[in-house]
Design a protein around this ligand. Structure first.
Ligand SMILES: *Cc1c(COP(=O)(O)O)cnc(C)c1O
Length: 427
């Protein structure tokens, strides 16, 4: 595989941009080698600057459910661009995207658009704190909610309750109210409520964990969170930035039939442009300025290009048939990878919910961060490199979700399985 141009661009980029990338996950730190520089994307494919083509399972880390450069999305962006790129005043597009989202997620009664998932979770937590007049929040070990200070917390150990900052630059004071529980472990949540009665403003959770690799909720976990938060007067926030329009047409809240108080969105709703949103119960959302006292703002929020791309993308995934087809392709991939691994005598455990999936190099079905960690990172790294050589671009870490789009058709999946057979054999 010739990546000469990527190599020289990476050298140049490293002089100008820390680590040569604008988001750390893009560097190939966990798998070795170096990031590829991309020239263009088309449908299910990425093309690097050296002219290599890859079947893309990263899809910009989730947003591109309609594939790269879908003609309908591109047309919507072009038409919007001709009318100006930002107004700093409301436009009808915001109403249109809001209605479209609420169509998919009827539990959302009001919504506010922001520019990223990070902003969405940060704002939703501020709102939950304003609404409950409490300070503490609960998050789960292994769940990622963007890079806001208060959320950059690592549990340290299963018994640790008070968070410690995960990054230098995060003051200990900023995370003193961030409590950490174990994913899929309701007792760890109940223990925190017992320890901090009437102090917990919000529980924020990825209803299907995606940021430690895909870890589905065990039966009863989300139901339990709903019940305990309701009883304690705590706001339940489903962070559906990744799972929204990915695990099911209506997100995890539809798939598991649970109504969170607030939902955070991003990724798919921007159709590949930068967007986030938070929404939920009218009574809570009415507290957001200028309707209420909780301040939150954004110069480019509700941006007409992003709204247009989001509207076009959601239109393309409205039809139930699209979801049946993606489910069939997901199953085809599950079966193909399983058979490839079996033939090669490689132990893998696959997890998949809708269009989100992970191949764990482990015999243990992951249920939380501790079990996820059992996966063989070194083996994954080898598999990743072999897949790349065979024209398949996976997320460069064992602990990430992979995604498909509406353009990952039967032939694309078959080609992927062929590559996996070769890659598994070489392990
Ligand atoms: C990606 C992601 C975020 C952060 O979104 P950005 O747009 O990268 O800021 C937050 N929560 C979850 C669950 C995510 O997957």
């Amino acid at each position: 595989m010739n990546i000469t141009k990527s190599i020289s661009l990476f050298q140049e980029a490293q002089k100008l941009i820390p680590g040569g990338v604008d988001s750390p996950v893009r560097a190939f730190c966990a798998v070795g080698g170096q990031p590829l520089f991309i020239e263009r994307g088309e449908g299910p494919y990425l093309f690097d600057v050296d002219g290599n083509r890859y079947i893309d399972y990263v899809l910009s880390w989730g947003p591109l459910i309609t594939g790269h450069a879908h003609p309908k999305v591109i047309e919507a962006i072009q038409q919007a661009a001709c009318k100006g790129t930002s107004y700093g005043a409301p436009s009808p597009l915001e109403i249109e995207l809001a209605k479209s989202i609420m169509d998919f997620m009827p539990n959302i009664e009001m919504i506010r658009f922001v520019n990223s998932g990070t902003e969405a979770t940060m704002s939703a937590l501020r709102l939950a704190r304003a609404y409950t007049k409490r300070d503490k929040i609960i998050k789960f070990e292994g769940c990622y909610h963007g890079h806001a200070d208060m959320l950059l917390v690592q549990a340290g150990s299963g018994v640790a309750t008070l968070g410690l900052p995960d990054s230098p630059g995060v003051p200990a004071d900023t995370v003193k109210d961030t409590l950490v529980a174990n994913y899929n472990d309701l007792d760890s949540v109940k223990a925190l409520f017992k320890k901090y009665p009437d102090q917990i403003a919000a529980v924020i959770v990825e209803p299907v964990a995606g940021n430690m690799g895909v870890v589905p909720p065990l039966p009863g976990f989300l139901e339990g969170l709903r019940a305990v938060t309701k009883r304690e007067g705590t706001v339940l926030i489903f962070d559906e930035v990744m799972t929204g329009f990915r695990v099911h047409k209506g997100g995890a809240q539809a798939l598991y039939n649970i109504q969170p108080d607030l939902t955070t969105l991003g990724k798919v709703i921007g159709g590949g442009l930068p967007v986030g949103a938070y929404g939920g119960k009218r009574e809570i959302m009415q507290m957001v300025a200028p309707a209420g006292p909780m301040y939150q703002a954004g110069t480019l929020a509700g941006n007409p290009l992003a709204m247009s791309a989001g509207i076009a993308a959601l239109d393309l995934i409205r039809d139930e048939k699209v979801w049946d087809e993606m489910e069939a392709r997901g199953r085809q991939l599950d079966a193909g990878i399983e058979s490839a691994a079996k033939k090669a005598g490689v132990a893998v455990t696959q997890t998949r919910v809708g269009t989100m999936r992970t191949i764990f190099f482990s015999e243990t079905m992951p249920r939380d961060w501790n079990t996820v960690k059992c996966a063989d990172k070194v083996r994954f790294g080898k598999f990743f490199q072999k897949m790349l050589e065979n024209g398949v671009y996976l997320a460069p870490s064992q602990f990430e979700a992979g995604f498909i789009s509406i353009l990952h058709d039967e032939a694309v999946i078959t080609a992927t399985v062929d590559a996996a057979e070769r890659a598994m054999k070489s392990l």
